[in-house]
Design a protein around this ligand. Structure first.
Ligand code: AMP
Ligand code: MG
Length: 350
């Protein structure tokens, strides 16, 4: 069953959300929108149901799922304690795109499969109304990773992911194109410091208003498969199209544009084709035949990037050159996703 909402301002059909919630209660998996990306959800307390998520995604079993709650009572049921800084973060950023890693209450409540055997659990309260109502009607916390087959860009609209999940899920709630487009910020508080494990819409700069922030070295660095990392999801190949991609960035736009054109020229001399993904304000400066608009602002780039990355393989080009966006504010999250899409093939010009 697919239920369609073209956007969130439309009247929400409560009956359809209740039907989807019923599927969650029955131990089935459901595709649903959140403000960040689409989620593939199951009852977080039901190990058999959560197993279906791992199977549908082909997700590695050591990669934990984020648990979504709709109220603080639900949070208190699953976490051991809520520290002072965590309380401030909740007050400031929930509901919203911030996942907080807490000590898990007990394996009896949140099974090992959900947390990949860790004694912590990542929890978030989404602001998307459809997501909130789904959790509320299901009456249980919903474990949900991003809705994409593992390795692919996260789903930001149903059209992009329908093929991947059609027939594999019990219910699809279509909430239209998501608002944000990159996954939630993931943090863990240790010794009064906020460790930023995965950047997202809630920025380092915003978190610094609450406490000292340390960016995990894997946010911009390469992760070896055998390494033990704070956020296991960072180990895996992610977001990368089959076509070779490279990212070019300089703080000075003209230097970036010149470098990109230099590479395009070289490729053209070798009879190779190039697709450029650039900011709207730079596109007409590129000499490539194929150019795609990533958006003008960082918010627009974040929203568009995954759906664009999903389409590049259809173009049959030899190389995709993607403009970098820097590390300020939402730029850090976009850069974190782009360097993975490019499999660490990037150049930063001073
Ligand atoms: P996804 O659900 O696909 O957005 O990925 C969830 C991300 O959150 C992955 O990078 C996980 O490694 C991370 N995550 C979830 N739970 C935990 C946890 N308990 N400790 C550390 N990282 C977590
Ligand atoms: Mg994911």
């Amino acid at each position: 069953m697919i239920s369609k909402y073209s956007n969130q301002t439309e009247q929400i059909n409560e009956e359809e959300i209740k039907e989807a919630a019923q599927k969650i209660k029955e131990g089935e998996i459901v595709l649903f929108p959140t403000e960040t990306v689409y989620g593939l959800g199951a009852n977080a307390m039901n190990a058999e149901a959560v197993k279906k998520i791992f199977e549908a995604k082909g997700r590695a079993s050591d990669n934990p799922l984020i648990v979504h709650v709709s109220n603080l009572i639900m949070l208190k049921q699953i976490v051991e304690n809520i520290g002072e800084i965590e309380q401030k973060l909740i007050q400031t950023f929930w509901p919203g795109p911030l996942t907080i890693i807490f000590p898990r209450k007990s394996e009896q409540i949140i099974p090992n499969i959900t947390t990949a055997g860790l004694d912590t659990v990542g929890v978030r309260m989404p602001s998307n109304l459809i997501a909130q109502k789904l959790i509320e009607y299901a009456g249980v916390p919903i474990a949900a990773p991003s809705a994409n087959v593992s390795g692919k860009p996260s789903g930001t609209k149903i059209e992009d992911i329908l093929q991947e999940f059609d027939g594999k899920v019990a219910y699809i709630l279509d909430g239209g194109f998501v608002d944000i487009g990159v996954e939630s910020t993931v943090i863990q508080v240790k010794k009064n410091t906020i460790h930023l494990l995965r950047p997202g819409k809630i920025t380092k700069e915003q978190l610094e208003q609450i406490a000292k922030v340390e960016v995990d070295s894997h946010v911009l660095g390469k992760v070896e498969k055998t390494e033990v990392v704070a956020s296991p999801g960072m180990k895996y190949r992610h977001y990368a199209p089959n076509t070779k991609c490279m990212m070019i960035y300089s703080k000075e736009p003209q230097k970036m544009i010149d470098k990109i054109n230099e590479i395009i020229r070289k490729k053209q001399d070798e009879n190779q084709t190039v697709l450029v993904l650039g900011r709207k304000q730079h596109l007409n400066k590129y000499i490539a035949n194929k150019k795609w608009n990533m958006g003008e602002t960082l918010d627009e780039v974040a929203k568009n990037i995954f759906t664009l990355l999903r389409q590049v393989d259809k173009e049959n080009v030899d190389l995709v050159i993607i403009e970098g966006v820097g590390q300020q504010k939402l730029g850090l999250a976009i850069t974190n996703r782009l360097i993975r899409a490019c499999e660490y093939n990037y150049i930063v010009i001073e």
